[in-house]
Design a protein around this ligand. Structure first.
Ligand code: GDP
Length: 520
């Protein structure tokens, strides 16, 4: 098959949600449809630590969860599905954000009983700034939740994206009866078991026991309102990330999950051309190219090996091929590769646009590196800098270890494990992360790779706002708006909370406060 045909079959996406919204439950259903697992509960077991993990780093073992944003791939109705995991809970890290730069679309799960939650919002912002198409699944219809119209309004108001309901629920919780499938003009009845029974709309009159109740009538009227509004599903707007198709269902029941998955797979975009060195590289270009979006270190303590995750953007990748590392111009033969599946690591021989491969990293790669087949190299757009939220002062326990301490920090920062800032007044080291996991990994690696014990002192959660150098007057900043510099010597104010941010803004209306999420 040609690269073009292979590429057209690829669906590479991530699932974003707040912890407990149902990501694991939904993913597990997808894996069942893909015959990747046979029993529900497998993924869960992995999460709770019952699943045997091989030789991954110690932190991972201690936590009983996977530190890596692993990749699951399987075939589904002729499509090649790649799901990139975006860890939540305490596993949330910058890698979670970076993973979103390697997908072609995203599924956003919202808990219908809670609406939009903090982590969903953060991950959504990254998708928005990258213009990634987003498909929404509103989960837990089997429980009494928020009104469907209110949920749509919440998405539109809080996320600033238009919505298009693909189906419409009839009741919820104990009164849940099924959903209207708007695309196919049918009602899908909830029978209490996994069987989903479709009834064409015009035949509904034949089911008086179903339709003659208040809940059904109310939902029917709501749906007619939607139809009268006459909005069409604008796929261009979906493609631009301006409109999200919304599906209601229950991952646990399960109800509406398989139809959701089918619609999603058929609507979700195939790999698209990506910008590199000022031009668009078409995925069906003959030569292989890809970029590194994540480096996983020390998965096996005995071997100190590192794996670089490469998103294939164009051409055909074959194990053993020679590629050029754009940053250095050096040719590298890629002999050791891994393809990531839910529970095991298999060696990848061939990969196409949309696929993710893990390559052995003898400490030469960096996040954001481009690999190209042949000598005509180019560079895929830099990964954006993501604003950290947690900040800690870091020092070496033993002052005699200052040299290793500096070296360790420099290397780990360069690798993208953590972000480094320096206090403006006293040059102290301040490290920033988006999740606690990054500190655990940082501390572990400083000790194990650089033999330095560190002391971390929390500065707490902060809201970083970048500043323009000419507007910085040190007198204006204090503990609540701590002034630091990043590696490029840009000034940043670390605001303690929303209140201190607003207070500063009111006092200094002329000073521009730049939110990285808004500018990238
Ligand atoms: P994750 O943290 O997003 O991966 O969420 P999980 O899939 O682990 O689900 C969190 C909890 O919500 C678990 O107890 C699930 O059984 C439950 N859950 C998931 N989907 C549904 C649903 O559709 N209905 C109900 N009632 N519970 C659900």
């Amino acid at each position: 098959m040609s690269v073009k045909e292979e590429m057209q079959k690829r669906r590479t996406f991530a699932i974003i949600s707040h912890p407990d919204a149902g990501k694991t439950t939904l993913t597990e259903k997808f894996l069942l449809y893909g015959n990747l697992i046979r029993n529900a509960g497998t993924v869960k077991a992995k999460k709770s630590g019952k699943f045997a993990t091989s030789d991954w780093m110690e932190i991972e073992k201690k936590r009983g969860i996977s530190v890596t944003s692993s990749v699951m791939n399987f075939e589904y109705e002729g499509y090649q599905v790649n799901i990139l995991d975006t860890p939540g809970h305490e596993d949330f890290s910058e890698d979670t954000y970076r993973t979103l730069t390697a997908v072609d679309s995203v599924i956003m799960i919202i808990d219908g009983t809670k609406g939009i939650e903090a982590q969903t919002l953060k991950l959504f912002k990254v998708c928005k700034m990258r213009g990634i198409p987003i498909f929404t699944f509103i989960n837990k219809l089997d429980r009494e939740g928020k009104d469907p119209f209110d949920l749509l309004k919440e998405i539109e108001d809080e996320l600033g994206i238009q919505t298009y309901p693909m189906n419409w629920p009839v009741g919820m919780g104990k009164r849940f009866q099924g959903i209207f499938d708007r695309q196919n003009d049918q009602f899908i009845r909830f029978s209490g078991n996994e069987q989903e029974i479709p009834i064409p709309k015009e035949e509904l009159d034949n089911y008086p026991e179903l339709v003659e109740n208040e809940t059904f009538q109310a939902a029917y009227e709501e749906m007619e309102l939607l139809e009268e509004a006459g909005e069409q599903l604008d796929m261009d707007a979906v493609q631009q990330g301006e409109l999200t198709p919304v599906f209601f269902g229950s991952a646990l029941a399960p109800f509406g999950v398989e139809t959701f998955f089918e619609s999603f797979i058929s609507m979700a975009p195939q790999p698209f051309p990506r910008k590199a060195s000022g031009e668009l590289i078409p995925p069906d270009k003959e030569e292989f190219s890809g970029f590194i979006f994540k480096i996983q270190a020390n998965m096996n303590k005995a071997h100190r090996d590192r794996v670089a995750f490469v998103r294939v953007c164009s051409g055909k990748f074959e194990r053993g091929m020679n590629v050029t590392l754009d940053r250095t111009g050096k040719t590298i033969k890629i002999a050791q590769t891994q393809q990531f599946v839910a529970s095991s690591r298999e060696t990848a021989e061939i990969a196409y646009p949309g696929d993710i491969i893990g390559i052995y990293d003898p400490n030469v790669y960096r996040i954001g590196d481009t690999l190209v087949e042949g000598k005509n190299t180019f560079h895929y757009e830099e990964l954006p800098q993501f604003p950290p939220e947690l900040f800690k002062k870091v020092t070496a326990k033993n002052v005699m270890k200052a040299k290793q301490f500096k070296k360790g920090i420099e290397q780990l920062v360069q690798e993208g494990a953590i972000q480094l800032f320096r206090g403006v007044r006293n040059e102290e080291y301040i490290i920033g992360a988006v999740g606690q996991l990054q500190y655990d990994v940082f501390e572990y690696r400083m000790k194990n790779e650089y033999n330095v014990d560190i002391v971390l002192e929390s500065i707490g959660e902060r809201m970083p706002r970048w500043l323009k150098e000419e507007q910085v007057d040190q007198k204006l900043f204090d503990e609540r708006s701590m002034l630091v510099k990043d590696r490029e010597d840009n000034y940043i104010a670390l605001f303690k909370n929303e209140f201190s941010l607003r207070w500063f803004r009111d006092k200094n209306p002329d000073i521009e406060l730049i939110d990285l999420f808004e500018v990238n």
